[in-house]
Design a protein around this ligand. Structure first.
Ligand code: SF4
Length: 221
């Protein structure tokens, strides 16, 4: 039986496949929070369109927080699940404004990472994944969002056990690599999950990890 794979070994194998990964800021943290709600259960294309439409309609987070839910729903309709997402967006923006006095969440970058995560997870409907997305994509902190692709690939590779759930996987995967490698590790696993280690019919024959992947024998049967 081949020795178990480690996260650094996985990174080493995937780096030449997917190339250098550069971090660049996306939105400010509160806007990222809104974007992340819009991205749930929909494609990047649709969530991007819904976010653009929302910002074009209201112009500011302040205006969204004060808008009627129906107007928010109308603005994000093309993103799907608008009826569920509109009240969540309004409620979380109101909660942020009430607690912080503004929508400036840049103070999170000055906090220890665990405290910043805990602060975000106190907000209604914010779990480990959304908290990590905000800290990672918006503030460049070494937080590891675990989406469906990362969860599947990590489980197949044996980096997490079969009983570990997605929420718990955040705490397990993140410390497996150096803080400066968390973002590329996240990106490599997502790309690998999308392009090679697909949910249905993984392309094990084209996978650079195949020789050491514990899941391959079952998946190729
Ligand atoms: S060998 Fe197959 S199951 Fe394992 S990581 Fe590669 S594609 Fe996924």
């Amino acid at each position: 039986m081949p020795p178990s794979l480690t996260a650094p070994r996985v990174m080493e194998a995937l780096a030449p496949e997917y190339g250098p990964i550069e971090w660049a800021p996306r939105y400010d943290p509160a806007s990222e929070l809104v974007y992340t709600i819009l991205s749930q259960h929909t494609s990047d294309l649709n969530s991007g369109r819904a976010f653009d439409s929302l910002m074009a309609t209201f112009d500011s987070l302040e205006a969204i927080a004060d808008a009627p839910v129906e107007a928010i729903e109308e603005a994000i309709r093309m993103g799907g699940l608008a009826r569920q997402k509109a009240p969540r967006i309004k409620a979380v923006l109101q909660q942020v404004r009430q607690e912080v006095g503004s929508f400036d969440l840049s103070f999170l970058a000055e906090m220890p990472l665990d405290e910043a995560k805990a602060w975000l997870k106190r907000l209604n409907g914010i779990g480990p994944k959304t908290a990590a997305i905000i800290l990672c994509f918006s503030l460049g902190l070494p937080a590891m969002p675990v989406d469906t692709h990362i969860f599947r690939v990590a489980r197949r590779l044996g980096l997490i056990g079969p009983k570990v759930n997605a929420d718990k996987a955040h705490d397990i995967l993140e410390p497996m690599v150096r803080p400066e490698d968390v973002f590329p590790f996240h990106m490599y696993l997502i790309r690998h999950g999308r392009q090679v280690c697909k949910a249905q019919r993984p392309r094990c024959g084209q996978c650079v990890l195949a020789q050491r992947c514990p899941a391959r024998p079952q998946l190729e049967r």
